[in-house]
Write a protein that binds this ligand. Structure first.
Ligand SMILES: Cc1ncc(COP(=O)(O)O)c(C=O)c1O
Length: 377
């Protein structure tokens, strides 16, 4: 049985373009971009070329791109780095949308130790920040607001970023936008107005362990990793040249019609499992390859185990810790009960899938549901 990988929101297989671009840096090219000799200059040129590609995709200046070890480090740098660089007791509040990724939310204990108060912006039932609640919380004592471009669990794209951006700017606060799920998949449009923008390579068919933070000129960010002053003093450490080159190559890679593939899955799954409940209604803008749903009284945990046995890799909208699936904070923020949150499942399609995969995945989903229900009766 051929396996179907439907977990591209977690990570993607490396595309040929990335692999080919990285190969010379795994076999042969090894220079340190900070060295002055020929090997170093060759690495520096490759790094410059990749930075130029990233800055063009992020429509920013060359020097505004700071390479990191991924989206988690970029988000940490954006938030903790801003907190460290702007100590001012009159600006000691930080706002997070409640459905942010843990890369954002789990910075809270450090921020509190630094003297900041972290407050949560409520979301609507589809995980998008509630902009009225944001306005209520905003004041001239807020330093930074973290509100993502699209949610990694539900797939919902945040609406009205223009309003969000101007209300944050009006009180003199900074906006950090986590665009890990949208970069390379959707135009960033108004997300580009963010002062700090996080992206990651492995969600767009690039390598793991490589990401970037776009830091708008004039925004003060202190490094979290100190060393040789690389990345304009914002991130010490010899750059991961191969990974960064692979990131830039992934940007230019060809991508198929994942929207059509996700649509094919949606219609076939609805036909075969009529009580399946889709999380997002049609009118809510979503990530193109993303689908999220629950099946009443079928736990995500058992569904994923049976699906895996049937050769389908999907995921729960939940974090796995100490072997147990905890109810997802995103779905709880959307107002789901613990039981409903335990039923949330994500199928995310990408470049490695075809429409045939989507139809087959729906049929294996129906088989998995029938197996679980048979066991129970
Ligand atoms: C929305 C979002 N932010 C941040 C991250 C973290 O990125 P990385 O895996 O590159 O550290 C992820 C990855 O799952 C994500 O989906």
């Amino acid at each position: 049985m051929e396996r179907i990988y439907a977990d591209h929101a977690a990570t993607t297989p490396l595309c040929d373009e990335s692999r080919q671009a990285m190969e010379p840096w795994l076999a042969g090219g090894f220079g340190n971009p900070s060295s002055l000799h020929a090997e170093g200059r060759e690495a520096k040129d490759a790094l410059d070329e990749a930075r130029a590609a990233l800055s063009s995709a992020l429509r920013c200046e060359f020097g505004e791109v700071v390479f990191t070890s991924g989206g988690t480090e970029a988000a940490n740098l954006a938030i903790i780095g801003t907190a460290l660089a702007n100590p001012d007791p009159r600006r000691n509040r930080i706002l997070f949308s409640a459905a942010e990724h843990h890369a954002v939310l789990h910075t809270e204990p450090i921020l509190e130790r630094l003297g900041y108060r972290v407050e949560m912006v409520q979301t609507d039932q589809w995980s998008r920040p509630d902009l009225d609640h944001l306005s209520d919380l905003l004041g001239d004592d807020v330093l930074v607001v973290s509100a993502m471009h699209a949610n990694n669990e539900t797939g919902a794209v945040t609406a009205d970023l223009q309003r969000l951006s101007s209300s944050v700017a009006r009180v003199g606060a900074l906006w950090h936008c986590d665009a890990v799920q949208t970069f390379g998949h959707l135009p960033l449009d108004e997300a580009l107005q963010a002062d700090l923008l996080t992206v990651s390579a492995h969600k767009l068919d690039g390598p793991k362990g490589t990401g970037a933070l776009r830091v708008k000129a004039g925004t003060r960010v202190a490094p979290l990793i100190r060393g040789g002053g690389q990345e304009r003093e914002m991130r010490g450490g010899t750059e991961n040249v191969g990974g960064i080159v692979g990131f830039a190559a992934a940007l230019g890679a060809r991508r198929g019609d994942v929207l059509g593939i996700a649509d094919a899955f949606r219609s076939e799954a609805s036909r075969l499992v009529p009580d399946l409940v889709w999380t997002l209604p049609e009118r809510i803008q979503r990530l193109p390859g993303h689908t999220h749903f629950r099946i009443p009284r079928v736990s995500a945990e058992s569904l994923l185990i049976v699906l895996d046995r049937l050769g389908v890799s999907a995921s729960a909208g939940a974090a796995c810790s100490s072997g147990a699936i905890e109810p997802s904070h995103v779905l709880l923020a959307c107002g789901w009960s613990d039981e409903e949150a335990g039923e949330g499942v994500r199928f995310s399609f990408g470049s490695s899938n075809s429409e045939r995969d989507a139809v087959e995945a729906a049929s294996r989903l129906a088989e998995a549901v029938a197996t679980i229900r048979r066991r129970r009766s």
